[in-house]
Design a protein around this ligand. Structure first.
Ligand code: XBP
Ligand code: MG
Length: 248
């Protein structure tokens, strides 16, 4: 029995990473750094979930001698950079630069109409979720979700299952009554590790990832209705069913 849908945000609810990348580059220039993440570099850096973790990973790789700077000073600089980035990203979203991916809103509305619960499980920052969904669903957007797990509630980022385990606890449901929606290998691994059957809708940033174990790999959620979800969910619950992704 399918009782809840749990959505990732970046790449799944909306194709946000180009706006994130621009915001990171703006923050670097504002901070006086000559860093610039091009598309190819950012695609590789997305292997690291979490903007702060991504900046720290890049900085350490670029300047290994940084260890002498002292962990606190380094983390303070990363936090400041991330604050600048998050403000720039929020401004871009508020200017309409990011829209929900096709099929997402219709599926969420159909699920709610049939009494399913919705939750969010993301590694992004809470202000980013609010900016995106306020614009897409209106000022009362939060009322649509039973629970939200994000960088502020789950500091251990994907592929660790922490945020998905938090959402299952908040929903009060066993993983077998839920479906997760993701766009990346890290996200698929996190959801799968929490026991969740997972549908993947990759973006151009993640199309090359390994999605073995996904219930389905789809170009988008366009035309995906609740009956189809229930069918895939029932299939995935059968013992011994090997989950082979469909051709994207
Ligand atoms: C994707 C991420 C996030 C975003 C940037 O999150 O890994 O880090 O790339 O957002 P999701 P922050 O789990 O929704 O796919 O800078 O706020 O982390
Ligand atoms: Mg994602």
């Amino acid at each position: 029995m399918l009782r809840a849908l749990i959505f990732d945000v970046d790449g799944t609810l909306a194709d946000t990473e180009s706006a994130h990348r621009a915001a990171f580059n703006y923050a670097f220039s504002e901070f006086g750094l000559d860093w610039h993440w091009d598309d190819a570099q950012y695609t590789a850096l997305l292997e690291i979930s979490g903007g702060k973790e991504r900046i720290l990973h890049y900085w350490r790789a670029r300047q290994p001698e940084l260890r002498e700077l002292g962990a606190t000073a380094l983390q303070d600089a990363v936090n400041r950079l991330h604050e600048l980035k998050t403000a720039a990203y929020g401004a871009a979203v508020n200017q309409g630069e990011v829209a929900l991916r096709p099929g997402v809103l219709a599926l969420m509305e159909a699920a709610m109409a049939q009494g399913l619960q919705l939750a969010i499980a993301t590694t992004t920052s809470p202000v980013n979720i609010a900016a995106l969904l306020r614009r897409a669903m209106g000022p009362d957007w939060r009322l649509n979700f039973t629970a939200i797990g994000d960088a502020s509630t789950a500091p251990i980022k994907k592929p660790h299952p922490q945020v998905y385990l938090q959402m299952l606890a908040a929903l009060g449901l066993d993983a077998s009554h839920c479906l997760a929606f993701e766009d990346s290998a890290n996200g698929l691994r996190a959801a799968t590790a929490a026991g969740l059957s997972t549908l993947v809708t990759p973006t151009r940033y993640t199309a090359h990832h390994d999605f073995s174990g996904a219930v389905q790999v789809l170009p988008s959620l366009t035309g995906v209705d609740l009956a189809q979800l229930r069918h895939w969910h029932a299939q995935a619950q059968q013992p011994g069913v090997t989950r082979q992704p469909a051709l994207a």
